[in-house]
Design a binder for this molecule. Sequence first.
Ligand SMILES: Nc1nc2c(c(=O)[nH]1)N[C@H]1C(S)=C(S)[C@@H](COP(=O)(O)OP(=O)(O)OC[C@H]3O[C@@H](n4cnc5c(=O)[nH]c(N)nc54)[C@H](O)[C@@H]3O)O[C@H]1N2
Ligand SMILES: Nc1nc2c(c(=O)[nH]1)N[C@H]1C(S)=C(S)[C@@H](COP(=O)(O)OP(=O)(O)OC[C@H]3O[C@@H](n4cnc5c(=O)[nH]c(N)nc54)[C@H](O)[C@@H]3O)O[C@H]1N2
Ligand code: SF4
Ligand SMILES: [Mo]
Length: 684
Amino acid sequence: MRDLEPTTVRYARSVCPLDCPDTCSLRVKFENDRIVAVDGNPDHPVTQGAICNKVRNIPDRVNHPDRLMYPLRRVGPKGTMGPFERISWEEAYDEITSRMKQLIEQHGPESIMPYSFYGNMGVLNAEGMDRRFFHRLGATRLDRTICSVAGNVGYNYTMGTSAGIDAEDTVHSKLIWIWGANVVSTNMHQVVYATEARKRGARIVHIDVHRNRTSAWADEFIAVRPGTDAALALGIMHVLIREGLTDSAYLAEHTIGFDELAAEAAQYSPERVAEITGVPAEDVVRLAREYGTTSPAYIRIGNGLQHHDNGGMAVRTIACLPALTGQWAVKGGGAIKSNSMYTGLNAERVERPDLLQNPATRTVNMNQLGQALAIEDKPVKFLFVYNCNPATVAPDQNQVRRGLMRDDLFTVVHDLFLTDTCRYADIVLPATSHFENLDIFGSYWHLYLQLHEPILKPMGECKSNFTLFKELGLRMGFEAEAFDITVEQMIREALDNPANPYLEGITYEALQEKGWMKAALSGGSIFEERIPTPSGKIELASERMRLSGMSPVPTYTPVRDDDDTLPFLLVTGPNHNFLNSTFANQEKLKRIEKRPLLHMHVNDAAALGVVSGDRVRVCNGRGEVLITVDAAENVLPGVLVTQGLWWEEGNEGVQAINTLTSQRLADMGGGATFFSTRVTVEKL
Ligand SMILES: Nc1nc2c(c(=O)[nH]1)N[C@H]1C(S)=C(S)[C@@H](COP(=O)(O)OP(=O)(O)OC[C@H]3O[C@@H](n4cnc5c(=O)[nH]c(N)nc54)[C@H](O)[C@@H]3O)O[C@H]1N2
Ligand SMILES: Nc1nc2c(c(=O)[nH]1)N[C@H]1C(S)=C(S)[C@@H](COP(=O)(O)OP(=O)(O)OC[C@H]3O[C@@H](n4cnc5c(=O)[nH]c(N)nc54)[C@H](O)[C@@H]3O)O[C@H]1N2
Ligand code: SF4
Ligand SMILES: [Mo]
């Protein structure tokens, strides 16, 4: 007989820290102080007890045997996973600060550069003490453009903000267009609301380049050629205007530039649009008629269509549609691109841009990491990576890795695991999981702010981003006023944001008691109160765009890669079971995903003489990737789709898909062009 310790079971409240619009509230089960299960919090109004499969598996991530527990220093050559030797935090800090001081003296502070994104969405750990530290240091600034900036800027030209309607209201919609979003994988509670709306009579249309899980769930799938959405939206406007389906009272009162827009839309007949987009002319007409005659009509604008050369304009164009039919005035009508504004905290106070002494400090666009590491005049000599895995997620990997291999570049990586980026790290630092941190979380889709109190003690010698940059700041001798503060103090500073009226009534104490609070929005969206564009109207023609040298009205421009003679357009999206490259080292989730596949139209496969299961070489001027074909009719001819940001480490035969993508920037905001990738395919 075994002598069993009695098991103590308890539950705690947490928040999902991942870069996902749903920002779920979690219910965490402990057995003897170890996390054994995670589920959706049934009390949270949006989570409603449901979470995705990835995060139900998050206990395997926190308790993973590969989790980093102490600092490491490289003893092997760069480009290999170690070998590393264990060092103390004291040694790590000494090496980091002495190198920084030396570099500042010899080459100036811009020789140091942070590289981070939102591996953890907690505000203080993603854009808190780190920002203060690098501002005070005077390091090269990083423009964090890898995700959604092109679309947000585009939408903003139309609406004056990137925000849309209250996500909870989408349950009232009668027509739902999921446009360039794979919501079944990437925004599951939108699926919950839309499914409820469907029970009440709504129809759901998915507009995408790939017939995927979301198409299977939707009522109709519209296949478009990648990067042609602006043309489709203009074709829909063409029909709305031609058939008198616009809301002239709303247009007169709330918009400017309708006549200019109408003149442009007149050039997009359904027939011409069919040629550009691959959507049959009769479908363009049918979509427009349904949109023009159904209310409330709601559009969920995804990130897919804006990871293109013309992505900003595509989103700007789609964002004009609800105005044409007056849908912003209807509960459950309108659109959502990114709602983070409603729970926006006081970034000035948290990030302290005032600590940056030289306003002319250079800025690097994170999509151009490869180019930044190749700068010869004033080179980057120290790269500090945290919350991010650039050796997997950044475009043009061959140039990125050439840069990371430089002997004269010192690289520090702070993470929970030895990611592919750690192959190039000189020092690796162990990060806590968010379960171990005090932090605050907004959402870029729903309207709840959540406080996260730690539910675990820091494991091993792990430190949070906040603690790391606080301690580094103090060791560098920076002002105690900015660095010797607690997380709670910084959260209080963050909440004190008079510029955001929707934070009214949200206090630290109330958050502590309830766990979450909703932004104080009285109607269905900001637009019921005001339209925050320069003109105070929805700008169908935009003076700001004209002044920036762009077409003031929506228009369609084809995507342009360096070599447009290559026959295929490759779209490299995220997959269902990973979160970007997070979870790509978790056996169970990898087993479900099996391996990366290249989805290809059967006719293209036949022309190449390949069948499903064959290996092919996909190449362009930037590099090549060997991958397995899946031939079907889930993409249009000429289009290729692959999903998932897989690690190479631990995945035999897998190559980073970003070897093929370009550092070229999108039309707006310096956004990424991951999905406008021209390639050729050869049978192996
Ligand atoms: N399971 C899971 N969830 C995630 C993530 C993940 O990796 N996995 N990542 C998170 C992050 S950081 C983000 S930014 C979001 C992204 O989530 P989404 O906003 O859904 O964006 P993507 O999945 O990048 O692309 C959405 C869809 O756009 C399609 N698409 C590509 N090009 C075009 C085009 O030109 N036109 C149209 N109409 N469609 C196009 C793709 O096929 C894809 O189905 O998801 C978040 N949630
Ligand atoms: N080809 C292609 N490339 C893409 C995309 C695509 O669709 N196709 N999507 C793009 C998009 S939308 C995005 S948002 C980016 C995402 O790119 P990344 O931000 O790099 O996202 P992840 O791959 O999830 O890596 C986040 C890392 O942060 C670590 N981490 C988590 N929590 C913490 C913490 O508290 N502290 C520290 N120090 N580290 C932590 C995780 O372990 C993980 O290794 O990728 C982009 N790259
Ligand atoms: S990844 Fe998204 S859906 Fe899954 S638990 Fe986190 S917030 Fe919820
Ligand atoms: Mo993203």
